[in-house]
Each structure stands twice: as structure tokens, then as C-alpha cells.
Design a protein around this ligand. Structure first.
Ligand code: FES
Length: 148
């Protein structure tokens, strides 16, 4: 049987190599952040009139927000434009838990690191009069769904 021997130099080289791999794996995890996958992108919700003026309501699954202002209803994605974490609604703003970006409820940036506003996404009324949100279809930030 052949005997394998290691010199101090071999042990040191192996140790340094393993340490390097651990550091590389940590860097890969940090840089390789993946945007959370949207399971469902279209939702049929309640009637538009169910959303009170001034309300901010989470889309099921947490990937969007429905807001009612004086002009009607609009929806913004909850996916932060910095690195893709989901923003929370707190008081009168959306806050990103990952690096602290804040957005007004209209989606515009209050402060970074995010530089771009939360995109507005499509709202429509179904034939039955229910609210339908499509998180994949962006619309202009000025677009509103009128509420009767
Ligand atoms: S992912 Fe939102 S601030 Fe970085």
C-alpha cells in the first residue's frame, strides 16, 4: 500500500486554497443576488370600490401594491429597483429592508441607493367588474383606473 505524505508546505497550500474557496463562495453569494421569482403575475381581486381613498393594499404574494389616490387606483411593483428585494409599506412610503431605499407611495424615489422609481403596472376591470392587476405589464405613472 502506497503511503501519502504531506509536507508543511502542502498543508499550508491546501489550507490557503480552502480559505480562498470559502471567501469566493461568500463573494458569489453577495454578488449573485437573484430577484425573487414572481410565482403569479396576474391577480383578480375585489371590486375597485372596495379600496378606500388613500388606501395602500398589498397584492397577494407581496409583489405589488395597489394605491387609491384622488385620481383613482394605480398599482406599483413591490420589487425594489436597486437589487430586487420586496419593499414594505410603512406610514406614507415604501421602504426596502435590504439597503434602506425609500419610495413615495407613487413609486418615486425618496432616497437611494435605488435610483429608479418603482414601476407602475397595469390595472383593469374584468367583465364581472373585479379589479385585475398584471405585474408584468408596465404603464405610465400617471395612469389611473377610475373608481365610481
Ligand atoms: S434592494 Fe432595495 S435598497 Fe437594495
Amino acid at each position: 500500500m502506497k503511503r501519502i505524505t504531506f509536507s508543511r508546505r502542502n498543508v499550508l497550500q491546501i489550507s490557503l486554497s480552502l480559505s480562498g474557496l470559502l471567501v469566493l463562495n461568500s463573494v458569489r453569494k453577495f454578488l449573485g443576488y437573484q430577484e425573487p421569482a414572481v410565482q403569479t403575475s396576474q391577480w383578480t381581486l375585489d371590486v375597485p370600490e372596495a379600496y378606500a381613498p388613500g388606501s395602500v393594499t398589498a397584492v397577494p404574494g407581496g409583489h405589488g401594491w395597489i394605491v387609491r389616490d384622488a385620481g383613482g387606483l394605480y398599482a406599483v411593483t413591490a420589487v425594489c429597483t436597486h437589487l430586487g428585494c420586496l419593499v414594505n409599506h410603512e406610514a406614507d412610503a415604501f421602504t426596502c429592508p435590504c439597503h434602506g431605499s425609500r419610495f413615495r407611495v407613487d413609486g418615486s424615489v425618496l432616497h437611494g441607493p435605488a435610483l429608479q422609481a418603482l414601476p407602475h403596472v397595469a390595472l383593469s376591470r374584468t367583465a364581472e367588474g373585479l379589479l385585475r392587476v398584471d405585474l408584468t405589464q408596465q404603464v405610465a405613472a400617471t395612469e389611473r383606473l377610475a373608481v365610481g
